[in-house]
Design a protein around this ligand. Structure first.
Ligand SMILES: Nc1nc2c(ncn2[C@@H]2O[C@H](COP(=O)(O)OP(=O)(O)OP(=O)(O)O)[C@@H](O)[C@H]2O)c(=O)[nH]1
Length: 359
């Protein structure tokens, strides 16, 4: 399967994002919801602790009533800003470790530690199963938490009876959490692949796998928005295989199809990564070239023309193509641009084919 290239991500496009990035973007509402709900639960927890009038209650109140819910509220707030999503994820990895450390710091040396230990087990399960992190980041966070707990418990010399029980619970929380995260990850990976496949078939041409007209229109919107911001030109090349009907008539439709596929590959492999190659239908193709003016586009077209002329299409031999080129005019629609490129292409055909015309 050929996946056309594009380097600028204007939409959440599963072609162009890896699983971690896709997961982060699609799980953001979940992370926000969980962060706010957990912050609320911590505030209730802090109130309850305060009501019990426990020793260290002021510091505990500071941690459980301010620091932990505060970080969770920051995580929730960061979720509203796509640029800060990586920071949100980093904080989400660190927050459970911090909460567990604070819990240990205040409670480990006290006789009440067994009452507070369940928060640790819950935090480990929360990290794996509820936080919205992928397996990779949840495992980093939960492993660091578990190591911290085991090291601090060991160093503090908690009674051996409790230590054994505690170890059992930590191990259970870790394993249950890990299994849950593995199952979730599998389900999410399947969803990701399904979305990729669906997005690909909705935006690409079935025969050549180049972008279809709908996708070219989306990419045009992204590129023109960038072009307005960065004041850089955009050009479009429309090209059409010369006398293609002859191929079908002489060699049959299947050979015609294979010529179209080879032609598409030839275009894809001879443009830059940031250029967008599409098939408008039949033997008509289009290339959208960001950051390129019409004379630079003519140079690209000349290179393609040379490659096409030299290419030996299996069972058919050499073919030529005609090119129509135009440069984007601020504010115009894709149809207007295509229309101009079509006129240039028509001129190339009328002037004898295997030519490049700029309009
Ligand atoms: N094999 C194959 N043929 C197609 C496909 N889509 C369109 N065609 C054929 O492409 C041919 C286009 O022919 P014309 O529009 O007359 O153009 P041409 O023969 O290339 O002539 P010029 O463009 O004037 O040089 C027609 O015979 C269509 O049937 C396709 O997906 N596969």
């Amino acid at each position: 399967m050929i996946i056309p290239s594009s380097d600028k991500l204007c939409l959440l496009d599963p072609h162009q994002v890896d699983f971690q990035q896709w997961h982060l973007q699609s799980k953001t509402p979940h992370i926000r919801y969980i962060a706010f709900v957990t912050a609320l639960l911590y505030l209730l927890y802090a109130l309850l602790e305060n009501g019990l009038g426990l020793r260290h209650s002021e510091q505990r109140l500071l941690v459980h009533g301010l620091l932990v819910p505060g970080s969770l509220l920051i995580i929730g707030a960061l979720s509203y800003y796509p640029r800060l999503h990586r920071m949100m994820r980093a904080l989400l990895v660190i927050a459970p470790i911090g909460a567990i450390f604070a819990n240990l710091w205040f409670n480990i040396a006290t006789a009440r530690f067994p009452f507070f230990a369940p928060e640790i087990y819950l935090a480990i399960i929360w990290t794996f199963a509820i936080s919205g992190l992928t397996l990779r980041y949840a495992a980093i966070s939960a492993t660091a938490s578990a190591i911290l707990v085991l090291a601090m418990t060991y160093l503090e010399g908690v009674s051996s009876y409790f230590l054994e029980l505690h170890l059992l619970w930590i191990l259970s929380a870790f394993l249950f959490g890990l299994v849950n995260a593995l199952v979730l990850e599998r389900a999410n990976a399947t969803l990701y692949l399904q979305q990729r496949t669906l997005a690909h078939s909705a935006s690409s041409d079935g025969l050549t796998s180049l972008w279809n007209r709908t996708k070219i229109a989306q990419l045009f919107d992204c590129e023109t928005a960038l072009s307005h911001r960065e004041k850089c030109p955009i050009s479009l090349i429309m090209l059409d295989i010369d006398h293609f009907k002859l191929v079908n008539d002489t060699h049959g439709h299947a050979v015609g199809d294979s010529v179209l596929i080879n032609f598409a590959n030839l275009l894809l492999h001879n443009v830059r990564l940031q250029d967008h190659v599409g098939r408008l239908g039949g033997e008509e193709f289009v290339i959208l070239l960001p950051n390129t003016d019409s004379s630079q586009a003519a140079t690209v077209a000349a290179l393609l023309q040379e490659k096409i002329n030299r290419f030996d299409f299996v069972g058919v031999g050499h073919k030529t193509a005609s090119f129509g080129i135009t440069q984007y005019r601020e504010g115009e629609t894709l149809s207007a641009m295509l229309n101009r490129a079509d006129q240039a292409l028509y001129r190339a055909k009328a002037n004898g084919r295997n030519r490049i015309e700029v309009l």
